[in-house]
Ligand binder design. Sequence first.
Ligand code: AKG
Length: 277
Amino acid sequence: MSSKFNNIPEAFYGVINQDQYKSEIEEVADQVRRLGFAILDSDFTNKELQDISNEFNSTRKNYLITYGEDRLRSAKELHTIRAPLTHGGSEFIQLAKNLNLSSVLSTLIMGKYILNQQNGIINPPGESNNPISWHRDLPYQHYVSSSPLALNALFCIDDFTLENGSTFVLPATHKEVNFPSTGFINRNAIQIEAKAGQYILMDCMLFHSGGLNRTDQERRAVNHVFTIPYFKQQINIPKNISAAGLSEEEMDLFGFNYEEPGSINQFLTSREKKGDE
Ligand SMILES: O=C(O)CCC(=O)C(=O)O
């Protein structure tokens, strides 16, 4: 194997233990652990990818009609579709429960996790409408944890390229509390390239940013944040989708089993239901 500089050394010495992976899922999970980001194939078929792309566009059209362009613009929300799985087609549910994605999530997050938020995002050509800035996806949070509490899965509807402003990351910044210096950023920022149909996975504490789209086409994606169930959802999903037909795992994923009890009575009822667990 070679890098753009030279051949990558294969031999090593003084090593007692080396990681071995039984699957690509484990390898992807380990890269997220070590560096804070990785690319994951969704394995959706071309037909499924086309359906997702079409559904994104029609959901966006309806969203603009429902909430109005002026209102969205004044809320700085014109390029975001909030919680599309609650008002768009079933494609958005499929994106959140993709099998490869669930395998990585359950490798990385100890115990249960829920979908905290899903957002359609549009990175338009040119700079003017789109704030480009480093952030964490648990913004304003300054701590690190020994294993991930929250993971971001950014599904690429279009190819993410250097030209269309694909995501920049600051490797391993999920391991340090502070935002790094300008010198660190300039030396270590990496711009990820990914294909339509892939997820860019990130530990939510990794600093990242969208880039400037220098093409004349939009770059579209669907962002997901998955968290341990202790975090509240950005928009309450159980109150906005029907539970009918959902499996127990899907009820868990969408947060039905983790809503806070509205009263002591409800709390006690939930404890009674758990029985001896
Ligand atoms: O547009 C991008 O590539 C990054 C999106 C982003 O930063 C986010 O969804 O939190």
